[in-house]
Design a protein around this ligand. Structure first.
Ligand SMILES: [Zn+2]
Length: 158
């Protein structure tokens, strides 16, 4: 059991390729890690469809599982679909310290990524405006803060 737990931890500690210092455990995309007869089955739920990071994450998980001495069997689970509500509290903190505004609760009706205004992750001002719906990746939008005039990325709620 201890082996399964440490492998579970190893997998959850893999960093997201697009979000430095944010792990895939923080993003809540690791459904389960199970070991049977030397094979480790990892169930992942990808974030945004079409996020090119998914293939990279899959490769990283396979490498980590092999380094722990198991044969990897990584499977993508599409249902239920991932939502930004699965991002952990620690994930929110890490996004903020990476200069990315974390998503508001997706389950809260009426809350979209323009209303209420997104708070600047640097100075917390709500005097921000949307520059582009698509930031560095399709997963993020680019905003600029009117208070500190810094641009920042916003992780869209889903
Ligand atoms: Zn600011």
């Amino acid at each position: 059991m201890a082996v399964a737990e440490s492998l579970d931890e190893l997998v959850r500690d893999i960093e997201d390729p697009e979000l430095p210092h944010v792990t895939i455990g923080d993003l809540g995309i690791v459904r389960s890690v199970t070991i049977e007869a030397g094979t480790a089955t990892v169930l992942l739920t990808p974030t945004y469809t079409g996020c090119p990071a998914t293939e990279q994450i899959r490769d990283d998980v396979e490498v980590a599982v092999r380094s722990a001495g198991f044969e990897p069997d990584v499977r993508l689970v599409m249902s239920p679909a991932w939502t930004t509500d699965w991002i952990t509290e620690r994930g929110h903190e890490r996004l903020r310290s990476a200069g990315i505004a974390p998503p508001p609760p997706a389950s809260e009706p009426g809350v979209t990524f323009v209303d209420p205004p997104v708070a600047c992750p640097r100075c917390n001002s709500r005097r921000t405006r949307l520059i582009s719906h698509f930031g560095g990746t399709a997963c993020k939008a680019t905003y600029v803060c009117n208070a500190c005039s810094e641009p920042f990325e916003f992780f869209k709620a889903l």
